[in-house]
Design a protein around this ligand. Sequence first.
Ligand code: G
Ligand code: G
Ligand code: MN
Ligand code: NA
Length: 253
Amino acid sequence: VHLEQELNQAIINGEFEIYYQPIIDISTETELGFEALIRWNHPVRGLVPPDDFIPVTEQTGLIVPIGQWIIKQACSDLALLQIHNPEYFIAINIAPQQLADNAFVHNVRSILASYSLSPAQIHFEITETTLMNADSDNLRVLRELNNLGIKLWIDDFGTGYSSFSYLHKFKFYGIKLDRSFIEGVVDSERSQKIVKGICAMGEALNLELLGEGIEHPGQAEFLLKQGCFKVQGYWYAKPMSLSTLHMWLANRN
Ligand code: G
Ligand code: G
Ligand code: MN
Ligand code: NA
């Protein structure tokens, strides 16, 4: 496919860029870390969102080298962001093909070592769809990452087929409540009950909770009442380039 050739070229030409969306603790109003979200600066089409090219990189296996570039770049950027606060973490989305790559854990280790970062400052987000298809080798890789000290989140929690089955297969650090549940939390009693239920279960299982897609303060207020302190969303900050993030942080602190 033409797009596949372009994506190959994009790695070589350095057309990828990572945007960062702050993750906020609403109980203290401080930023804790940042989710890394890839963007493609296409020479003709301009800024291409990940939904338009990540699926192709997954089908072709290009996500393995691109994913490795993302981890390396995010770690390098985190090392620079630590001038604002040495405790910041970075949350990186991991595709299923990366977990199936034999060199993955080794590569992650050497990237961490080369930037002198603690594994505790690296969070990986795994979607339910990835977990649904994970085989025993993939689960072993998750266990190795966990043993290394990397924090593992279930992303888009609640949208998969059997969200609960992964919770007893594996000890995750936290769950990210999908935006679709947060959306209705102010107006819909059903959404409120679902979010309440997820938060109560998370608390019982000692899981961190993070609400995604906060667009109104009312949504944050509701989450706070449920014991969900960590959030991200346009209300606080949109994903932004590293240089914009540096300015954003300088203005806050
Ligand atoms: O940033 P945005 O909201 O447009 O991201 C859209 C989707 O693309 C999200 O589901 C997100 O998980 C995915 N995505 C963004 N960046 C990455 C990345 O670096 N790696 C992977 N595998 N997926 C990503
Ligand atoms: O699927 P994942 O959760 O990894 O990706 C997060 C996606 O959600 C990114 O595309 C990001 O740009 C988007 N996002 C983050 N905050 C908001 C928000 O408040 N509203 C909406 N509509 N999208 C958001
Ligand atoms: Mn994510
Ligand atoms: Na998500």
